[in-house]
Each structure stands twice: as C-alpha cells, then as structure tokens.
Design a protein around this ligand. Structure first.
Ligand SMILES: *Cc1c(COP(=O)(O)O)cnc(C)c1O
Length: 449
C-alpha cells in the first residue's frame, strides 16, 4: 500500500486517515463519502509558501479553487495564507460566501459573461485575467460604471506543448486559452489595456496544463515570458508588477510516480525567473503560482461500500456504490487510482486476485482496472486514494445519485463540512405544471420521499 499524508494502518489492522479509523468513518457518514486529510492539505499549503518564499521575497500562492471548492476549503486556504483563483460567478460567490477576501481573489476564464465581469468588478476582486482582446472594453466599461480602476493581468499563450493527454494541455497554440504571443495578440492586448482609463495592467500570466511532472516546460515558458517582457517594456514605460506561472504541478496518482516537490518547482522556476524575467519587471515584482490539484489531490480519499461481485474468467468484477458521478476522471482522462481494502490494507499477495472495480451507474463506469484484491463479501469498505482533486468539483447528476458528503479528518477527529445531498435538494429547480400538481401522486403517498 502506498500511503498518502497521515494514512496508516492502526492497531485494529484497519486503514486510518487523520487518526480516524476508516471503517468508523464509513459507518458514521455512510458511503460514498469524500474524506479530506486536513493536515495533509495544510502541510502542502505551507510547503508551497515556504519553498517559494525561500527563493523570492514577493510570492503569491493562489489555490486554484476549481480543483475542490467547498466553503471549508476556502477558509483553510485563507488561514494558511493562500489566495484564491476562481473561473466563474458561481465559484466567486461560493468563495465570498465562505468569507474570502476579494482582495485575494483572481478571476480567470476564457469566456467571462457579462454577469461574471459585473460581479467580479463590483466585488472588487484583486484582478481579472484577460483572456481575449474583446474582454478589455467590457471590463473597462464595468469598472467605469462602478467608478473604479480595476487591476487586470494578461494571459499569454506561449505556444508550449507539455506533451501529455491533449485534454490536459492548455498552453499550446491550438489552446482556447490566452492571447497568442507569436501572432502579436498579447502585445496588442498590453497596448490596448494601457490606453484604458479604468484598467490598470498589473502583470502577466500563463498556465500550461495539468499533471506536469517535469519543470522543464515551465522553465522554457519563463524564458519566453522574459523575451516578451523585454520586447514590450522596450516600447512602453510599463513594467509588470506580477508574473504568474499558473498551476499544473503533477501529483502521484499511481503511488509510484515522483512528481517534483514544491522545493524543486521553486528552485527551478525561480532561478530562470530571477535571471530572465525579474530584471525587466518592477523592482518588487510578485512571483505568482496557482496550484490546484497538487494542493488537494493526495489529501482526498473516496470511501465506497462493495456490492455484488461477478467473475469473468479469473478476473473479479467488483461493483461499488458510486462511480461516474462522484469521480468522472477515469472515464474522462483514463486516470489511475490506487485502492485500499479498509478492513485489511496489507494483505499477502497469495490471497489476492486480479479485479476490476466498477461503479453502479448505467454505464460501463470502470473506476479502477487491474487491482489485486481478495474475495470481497458485500459490505466491505474500499478507500480509493488520491481523489481530492476534480472529483467532488466534477460531480454530475447522472442517474440522479445524491452528491456524497465531505468529511474533514484531523488528529483523530472527523467533522462533516458538506452533508449528503437529498432528493429534496435536487428537485427544487423543477417546475411542476399545475396539472401535475393537482393530480394524485400515488408513489409519494406510499413511501416517504
Ligand atoms: C486549472 C488551473 C489551475 C490549476 O491547475 P492544477 O492542474 O489543478 O494545478 C491554475 N491556474 C489556472 C488558470 C487554471 O485554469
């Protein structure tokens, strides 16, 4: 078993996370349930801040909220000194509702609607990241209407391919994100923003993609940003006050890969930044980084209860009580996760068979392939590891399963931070016709909804 964060095998021989016995958690909160190892998240936030601050005096670490966004995570990130990235009015509202300071929120997005821009400007977010030329006038107009000057950054498309799954790539020339540097659009955006009375150009931003396991692409990107800054600052008196390198720092999904730790990212990126970029920027230029997945992925586990098992040749087909709705990543990205039998995490290999774990959706929702597990009677609890990122936030209502609860665990204590969804939560938006309202609903009379 590969252990993440505080995971260990306790004296009862069970998997334990945050000092809590996983079987107890499954009993108390039901399954499926997302379990977040709070100390692991906090450690990760601290190591990012420490690593980058040890190499540069002005650093901003923004948690990319789309990876996992619940109010308690917003509060945790703020407590740890991280700022926040959001991409929609919905994410911004959640962050503000949870008490985030707008002065620590950056607003992204390749298509910001009028509502997005108005809410962002009137909430006084720290910056909107301009992703296309058309946005410049829209933001300027909103800022004028609200009688203020809005800080903005410009997102560069540097045309860098990170050579991974195309769904993970956001910085190559074919990407929908950012203003292409090579076609001259990024330089045009700088010139245009500088002529607008209600905008103040704060800095430049790029984001290359996700699950990056080598710092070389970001180093290459910083070299190109340096060249862009040199060209632009030779023509205008403007100097960037911040350079943000986005997120994409990879995580150890399969338990055997070794993504660079924050210290390596900091060392490799800041040496290029210090030599190639900072000399052409404002003297107190802020180095920004926006990790999402790498803050939360490894700290999350999803607990499931085993149901029916079937055989296909020597292989066991094991069904669990979740799947595509609570974790669409295996189907979207062919992502790999490890799984642990909570009642007995360290079985000897002779007791194990090859198994495939499926969800219970009316789809072939293969969750994990090629795992080795013993014969599993229904009722056993499985913990799928490294599911903190892009699972809860990518939940979908296929087959109308209820969204699982979120439980934070730390120092032997667990606390529910999001309760399980109920049918009554999900039906609120449906409008029942008058005819349906007056007709009998026999089903509802027979059993409680
Ligand atoms: C998604 C995203 C991130 C975070 O990416 P991770 O792979 O989760 O680290 C950071 N910045 C921007 C602009 C993003 O779109």
């Amino acid at each position: 078993m590969h252990t993440y964060g505080t995971q260990t095998v306790n004296s009862r021989g069970h998997l334990e996370i945050g000092g809590c016995d996983v079987l107890d958690l499954a009993k108390a909160y039901g399954t499926p349930v997302y379990v977040i190892d709070e100390s692991a998240v906090r450690d990760r936030c601290r190591s990012y801040l420490r690593a980058f601050r040890s190499k540069w005096p002005h650093v901003d670490v923004a948690y990319a909220s789309k990876a996992f966004l619940v109010g308690e995570m917003v509060r945790l990130a703020a407590e740890e000194g991280l700022s926040l990235d959001v991409v929609s009015a919905g994410e911004l509202r959640l962050a503000l509702w949870a008490g985030a300071s707008p002065s620590k929120i950056t607003f992204h997005g390749n298509y910001k609607t009028g509502e997005d821009i108005e809410l962002a400007v009137c909430s006084r977010v720290r910056s909107l990241v301009i992703d296309c030329l058309d946005e410049i006038d829209l933001i300027d107009r909103q800022a004028r209407e609200h009688g203020r000057v809005q800080d903005v950054d410009i997102r560069l498309n540097l045309g860098i391919d990170i050579h991974t799954d195309p769904k993970y790539t956001t910085g190559d020339e074919a990407s929908k994100f950012g203003l292409p540097v090579r076609r001259g659009d990024a330089a045009s955006a700088v010139a245009r923003v500088l002529t607008r009375d209600h905008l103040r150009l704060r800095g430049l931003h790029f984001h290359l993609g996700a699950q990056v396991l080598d710092t070389k692409y970001h180093r290459q990107a910083l070299n190109e940003v340096g060249e862009f800054v040199r060209t632009v600052t030779a023509r205008t008196p403007w100097k960037p006050q911040s350079i943000t390198v986005g997120g994409g720092m990879g995580v150890n999904y399969d338990g055997v890969s070794s993504p660079p730790p924050p210290s390596e990212w900091a060392r490799d990126l800041l040496s290029v930044f210090g030599e190639q970029v900072a000399p052409y920027c404002a003297p107190d230029v802020v180095f920004g980084v926006e990790p999402g997945r790498s803050v939360i992925a490894e700290a999350g586990s999803t607990l499931y209860t085993v149901g029916p098992t079937k055989r296909s040749g020597d292989r066991r087909l094991v069904a669990v009580d979740g799947g595509l709705s609570d974790n669409p990543r295996p189907l979207m990205y062919q992502s790999v996760h490890n799984v642990v039998l909570a009642s007995n995490p360290e079985l000897r290999d002779t007791e194990l068979h090859e198994a495939t774990i499926f969800g219970r959706h009316c789809e072939t929702d293969r969750l994990i392939d090629g795992v080795r597990l013993p014969d599993l009677p229904p009722g056993e609890v499985l913990a799928v590891q490294c599911t903190g990122a892009y699972t809860h936030s990518m939940f979908n209502q296929h087959n109308r399963f209820d969204k699982p609860p979120v439980v934070f665990v730390r120092d032997g204590r667990s606390r529910l931070v999001v309760r399980r969804e109920r049918f009554s939560d999900t039906i609120l938006t449906e409008i029942r016709s008058a005819a349906a309202d007056s007709s009998d609903r026999p089903g509802e009379k027979q059993c409680a909804f």
